[in-house]
Structures are given as C-alpha cells and as structure tokens.
Design a protein around this ligand. Structure first.
Ligand code: GDP
Ligand code: MN
Length: 386
C-alpha cells in the first residue's frame, strides 16, 4: 500500500526528519486559506500515488495568492498523467500547499530491503531530483549503498560515511545522521517496504530537508498498524485490486487479455508463465486461496469479468483442501449471475475431479475442459486471439 506525500511527511516528522511546512487541502477555498497561513512563495503539489508529478505539471512554484487559487482550481478534480501512471492517469482529490524553499543542492536517499543480501539497505546519491533508475543506468558509480546489520541497527559512522561519499559538507553530514536514523527507524517500526526521499535538499541557509517523500507499506503487516492502515486512499488504487482486497483475494491487475483464476500463488505464477510461453498475455494474477468456497470462486469470477480487456478465461484449480465440485459450483453460479459470453477454459485436477467435471459438462455452458496445463493454456491463448 502506498501513501500520499503529505502522509509520508507526517511520518517522517514523527521520526525526526525535517520537512518544509505544508498544509493538505481538498478545496480551492482551503488552498487559499492555507496559503495565507503559510505566507508565500508556495509550492502547490498534487497528491497522487505516482512520481514524476513535476514534469507533468502536478508540482508548481507560485508567488501570488491568485496563482494559488487559479492552480488549485485547475488541479483539484482533474486527473494527472505522469510517466508512471499510464494513459488513464490518477485523480487529484487533494493538494499539499507547501512553503516554497530555496534549494542549494538536491540529493537522493531511500531505504528498502535488498532481498539478495537479506538486509535493509539505504541508497544515497548526489543526483537528487532525477529519475533514480536513470541515474543507476547511466552513472551507476553515483548510486551509493549502505547495508544495515539488523542486530546493531544503523550506526552514526555509517551515515556520516554515506554523507561524505555523497559529497555533503560536514554541517550537512551532521544533519544527515539524524535523517538516516529517522528513516531507518520509520522503516522498521512501521513495516515499510520503501521510504524514498527524492529530493533530499540542502536549503540556502544550510538546512537538510525532505522536499518530497514516498512511502510504501508492507500489506502483510498492515494488520498491526491501525494508524497507517487508515491512510489508505482507494481512489488512487486499481478498483479491482481494491475490491479484491476487501474480499480477501490476492489479485494484481495486468495488461493482457486472458483472465486467470487459480488457487495458490505458486500455481498462479506458473499458469501466467505457461500462458506467456504459448504467446498469451495474462490480464491478472489471481489466487483464490486454499480454502475457496463456491461463493469466493463466484466473486473472483465476477472480478475477472469486470475488466473489459478480458477476452478469455483460464481456470486452473488443483483441488486439495478445496474440492473440485465446490469450484465447479462456484463457476456455474458466477456464470449464471453475470451472463457469461466469453470462452472459459477449465483445467481441474485433484479431489472430486470427476464430480466437478461432470457438473461443468451438464451445466450446458460453453466451457472447454482441459486435462493438463499446457493444453489449457494453448486453448485459452487461441480463444483470446479470436
Ligand atoms: P515529483 O516530480 O513527483 O518527484 O515531485 P517533487 O516534489 O520531487 O518535485 C519535483 C521538483 O520540483 C523537485 O525536484 C524540485 O526541483 C522542484 N521543487 C519542489 N518543491 C520545491 C520548492 O519548494 N522550491 C524549489 N525551488 N523547487 C521545488
Ligand atoms: Mn520527487
């Protein structure tokens, strides 16, 4: 789950990281009031779950109240398309009205898990305010990392070393120590999967501040963080992913046209791989879980069908805990309810498979049965291509 910049900055402040003064608003009137309270100049920032706002017109430096009013009126209620959003963009429902600060230098700093090292790492760079992927591709020597020992935690000398390697002066390095320990503590205590400050700036009067902030939280740990769990903004998420979350299905929207319904995350990944191997593109990842009931299957089916990209459906179920006849009933119920017109390929194996197949065959519906996964995938790819 991702947070908005204003929420990320609230958390950073709680952990001792300095941020420019700012006020989150949701109307034009509030924007003008906030601007009066802060005193100009200001930066008006669209609050959306996407980076690259600056280049897309979602972050603007303004010097008059009139400009704040005009810009906030234009941004609120519109959608912002950045290089990270896809052509449909993301809706702007809130703005951050922030003190416009004078910048001497922009840096990059982030904290994330390095899975190969099995450690939390910090990444720093002198090339702030830019696309960090581009920096990594063009000038990899400018990407500096710091690996944290989980028992010792982050040590001040490590932070100082990183700061000097990033080219900071001593006065800034001293402040960086606080920033580094702050984001590390935030990362660990709030179960983040990423904390990114881009840019981390040095102001004209020598202050180190987080000018922008992005935080991603580990969904699997949200249950133990009521405060951050409440920060969810469904308007920024894929609608189907949101529905899936509500009903407890593991669903990820993808770009293809073959809807996949599978039980077990590993089998779901393998199903997508086999689809691609045979020239198809999955429309989604969906794991209905081990304890799927007919009702869950029906809901999952409806979720897949709610996308108009889907041209064929591939059901791949191994009946272990969940029995094949239960799955068959769920498919039949869902198809009846939504009035299915798309081709459905079903591959069932496992407990009560005979009963399940018989139910599907007798249902009178246009369902193609397949015995193994390769056949099933080929049939689905062919059906989607028609
Ligand atoms: P992003 O484009 O979504 O990453 O949004 P950012 O918040 O990082 O803003 C983009 C760029 O706008 C920053 O890299 C800065 O160069 C500039 N910017 C943002 N806020 C300020 C500010 O207060 N003062 C100045 N001078 N520039 C700013
Ligand atoms: Mn940024």
């Amino acid at each position: 789950m991702n947070l908005h910049e204003y929420q990320a900055k609230e958390l950073l402040q709680q952990f001792g990281v300095a941020v420019p003064k700012g006020i989150k608003v949701t109307s034009q009137q509030e924007a003008v009031e906030a601007a009066k309270e802060l005193g100009g100049p200001w930066v008006v920032k669209a609050q959306v779950h996407a980076g690259g706002r600056g280049k897309a017109g979602g972050v603007k430096f303004v010097r008059t109240l009139q400009d704040v009013e005009e810009l906030s009126g234009r941004l609120l209620g519109s959608t912002l398309v950045t290089h990270q959003t896809g052509p449909e963009g993301v809706p702007i429902h809130a703005l951050l009205i922030q003190d416009g600060v004078d910048i001497t230098k922009e840096y990059y700093l982030s904290c994330l898990v390095d899975r190969s090292k099995k450690r939390i790492i910090l990444i720093g760079s002198s090339e702030g305010g830019m696309d960090i992927e581009e920096v990594a591709a063009k000038t990899p020597e400018k990407i500096l990392t710091l690996t944290i020992d989980p028992t010792a935690g982050v040590q001040p000398y490590q932070a100082r070393d990183l700061g000097f390697r990033m080219g900071m002066a001593k006065k800034q390095v001293d402040q960086l120590v606080k920033v580094v320990s702050g984001i590390y503590n935030l990362f660990v205590q709030k179960d983040c999967s990423m904390v990114e400050i881009n840019p981390l700036i040095v102001t004209n009067d020598g202050q180190v501040m987080a000018l922008d902030a992005k935080i991603s939280l580990d969904d699997n740990a949200l249950y133990r963080h009521k405060d951050t769990a409440e920060m969810r903004d469904p308007s920024q998420e894929d609608e189907r992913e949101h529905i899936a979350h509500e009903i407890g299905l593991n669903y990820v929207a993808l770009d293809g046209n073959i809807g996949c319904m599978v039980n077990g995350a590993g089998l779901a990944m393998a199903t997508m791989d086999v689809c691609k191997l045979h020239g198809g593109e999955p429309a989604n990842f969906l794991d209905v879980g081990g304890g799927a009931t007919a009702e869950r299957v029906a809901r999952a089916f409806k979720l897949i069908l709610s996308s108009d990209k889907v041209k064929a459906i591939l059901v791949n179920i191994f009946g272990g805990i969940v029995r094949c006849d239960t799955i068959a009933q769920g498919i039949i119920d869902a198809v009846k309810e939504v009035g299915l017109t798309l081709p459905v390929v079903v591959r069932l194996q496992g407990t009560n498979v005979e009963a399940g197949r018989e139910m599907l065959a007798k249902s009178g519906m246009n369902i193609m049965a397949a015995d193994d996964l390769t056949d099933a995938a080929k049939m689905a790819v062919a059906a989607a291509a028609k």
